[in-house]
Every structure is written in structure tokens, then in C-alpha cells.
Design a protein around this ligand. Structure first.
Ligand SMILES: Nc1ncnc2c1ncn2[C@@H]1O[C@H](COP(=O)(O)OP(=O)(O)OP(=O)(O)O)[C@@H](O)[C@H]1O
Length: 292
């Protein structure tokens, strides 16, 4: 079958110029005599509608160029079972840390051309699919602050600035949640429900997560003093934070969080408001092309 690529690309994400990537992609697709249509997202949250409206059964492949937010929107708009290739061009690029995608444009082109197709799970939160995860509390607050406060900083520097701003001062809040029928009421700094391992570019909140294990991984961080947060932040990078008594890692198929307007949340790095949330898992819900 002749391949026809639907290319959705976010000109506002990441640090590499989209134009450079697109030139390489288009040259490659032309060389291979593959057909394609390129859709640039024109404003915030536009990838969802772009894919939903324009993707029809004649397309054989979806190629996403952008960060986790673009991937999230595109797969939520996708109504057809086609293999998805991703060229990471975001700030954190957390989702692609879960599978072999390579490091250079040559690898990414190899992936979209002949990459092995693997089936992965998706998470579901209040009806919206996610590839990587939902963070409630501390990391949701960072995304909310980045959205609301003006800053001249960009990329990872901006993210780390907002982490450091509230690292010591962010107060634990009351969470009421039910995890696979067990009810809990706890004071937490954050609750993260994940399909993937890594958040904020390098924090391995759920280090044992696998994107094809049909289960969600959960990280809870409880009350912890400001000083201990600074002393132990390296553990989040190593994924060894479960050695701390304030941290609990677990797994579940279903989780609900009660309403709480004081908790902010993100979904795949995009602002997602406040609980109530209901989480589930969609096993084997998406086909992704990988390096091997
Ligand atoms: N043309 C556009 N102008 C402004 N914002 C856009 C445009 N197209 C998409 N967006 C928005 O850009 C935001 C960031 O996208 P994305 O998550 O892909 O990149 P990132 O934040 O740099 O990467 P990551 O999430 O991996 O750190 C999303 O909220 C998306 O809706």
C-alpha cells in the first residue's frame, strides 16, 4: 500500500527550529516517494482539532513533530488505528524517554520509515487520553504558574526557575482518593498518575512505569520539610526517591481524586485544572513506531 503521511507539527514547541526539521522530513518523504500533507498548529490547543478534522482513512501514518503537549492533543484527536511516529521537538520530551526513538534526525527518519510497530497503553483522565501522565499538586502548580506569570526565561531554564521558586515553600494539601477500591485521605505534596516514567524533562517520578504493562503507576510524596526537599531532589532524577519514608510508589487500574480547588494539575505537561479526576487505563490503545 502506498503510504500517505499526516504530518502535524507545532511551530511553538521546543528549541530546534521546526523549519529545519520539516525540510529534512519533506526531503526524505519526497526521496522515498511517500505522499504527505503537513498541518502546522496555528494556536494553543490546535493539534487536537487539526487531527480530528482533517485525518481521514486515506492516511496510513500519523507523524507528530513537537513536545508532549502536541502528542497529547494529536492522539486525542485521532480516531483511526494507524501507526504513530514522533519526532520529539519539545522542551521536556518526556514521553519519548519510554521507548527507543534515537537521538538524531537520521534516527527519527529511520523510525517513521521502517520503525518497528509496538502497541502501547494510554491513560485516561476525565475522558481525556494521556501518553505520559497527570501530575496533581506540586508539579501541577508549576505548570499553572508558568501559564499565569510572565517571564523572559525560556525552555528548561524557565521550568527549573519555577521549580526552585516553590520547592521549599509549597505546602502539603489534603487529598481524598480511592485507588482500586481502597479509600485514602492524606496530606501530600504531589500525586502523580503515570503511564510513563519521567516528568519535567528529567524527574523519574514513576521509575518502574512501562508504557505497555496495562497498568498505571502512582507516585505519592507526603509532607517533607523544605530542607529535605533540597537535599533529596537528586533522588527524583535517579528514581531512588522511594527510599524516603515520605514517598510511596504503587500501581493501579482505577483511581479517583475528590474535588479540591486548591490542587492544580497538568496532563502530559499541559495545564489541566483541578480535581475531581477519574483515572483509568486503555490497554493496547495506540500503535507507535520505534527504533527497534
Ligand atoms: N502556533 C502556536 N502558537 C502558540 N502555541 C501553540 C501553537 N501550536 C501549539 N501551541 C501550544 O504549544 C504548547 C506547547 O507544546 P508542546 O508541549 O508540544 O511543547 P513543549 O511544552 O515545548 O514540550 P514538552 O511538553 O515536551 O516540554 C501546547 O500548549 C500547544 O497547544
Amino acid at each position: 500500500m502506498k503510504r500517505l503521511f499526516f504530518v502535524v507539527a507545532n511551530p511553538a514547541s521546543g528549541s530546534t527550529r521546526l523549519e529545519d526539521i520539516l525540510n529534512d522530513v519533506i526531503d526524505f518523504l519526497n526521496d522515498k516517494k511517500y505522499k504527505y500533507e503537513v498541518f502546522l498548529t496555528s494556536k494553543k490547543h490546535n493539534a487536537w482539532k487539526t487531527v480530528e478534522k482533517n485525518f481521514d482513512p486515506s492516511f496510513t501514518d500519523l507523524l507528530i513533530i513537537g513536545g508532549d503537549g502536541t502528542i497529547n492533543e494529536a492522539i486525542n484527536g485521532l480516531k483511526y488505528d494507524v501507526p504513530v511516529s514522533i519526532i520529539p521537538n519539545g522542551t521536556g520530551n518526556d514521553f519519548v524517554k519510554n521507548y527507543p526513538v534515537g537521538k538524531s534526525i537520521y534516527d527519527y527518519l529511520k523510525v517513521l520509515d521502517k520503525g518497528a510497530i509496538h502497541t502501547i497503553d494510554l491513560g485516561l483522565c476525565n475522558g481525556r487520553k494521556f501518553v505520559n501522565g497527570v501530575g496533581i499538586g506540586f508539579d501541577g502548580q508549576i505548570v499553572a504558574d508558568m501559564l499565569r506569570k510572565k517571564s523572559f526565561l525560556k525552555g528548561p531554564t524557565k521550568y527549573y526557575y519555577y521549580v526552585l521558586r516553590i520547592l521549599a515553600s509549597y505546602k502539603a494539601r489534603r487529598y481524598k482518593f480511592v485507588q482500586d477500591k481502597s479509600p485514602y485521605e492524606k496530606d501530600l505534596i504531589l500525586l502523580c498518575v503515570a503511564n510513563g516514567t519521567t516528568f519535567g524533562g528529567s524527574f523519574k517520578l514513576t521509575p518502574d512505569a512501562e508504557i505497555n504493562d496495562t497498568i498505571l503507576d502512582v507516585c505519592e510524596i507526603g509532607k517533607i520539610s523544605g530542607l529535605r526537599r533540597f537535599l533529596n531532589i537528586h533522588r527524583l532524577k535517579e528514581g531512588t526517591h522511594d527510599r524516603l519514608p515520605e514517598v510511596k510508589l504503587s500501581r493501579c487500574k482505577h483511581l479517583t481524586v475528590d474535588e479540591n480547588p486548591h490542587l492544580e494539575a497538568h496532563i502530559d505537561g499541559e495545564y489541566f485544572g483541578h480535581p475531581p479526576f477519574e483515572f483509568g487505563v486503555l490497554p493496547n490503545a495506540l500503535r507507535i513506531r520505534m527504533l527497534k
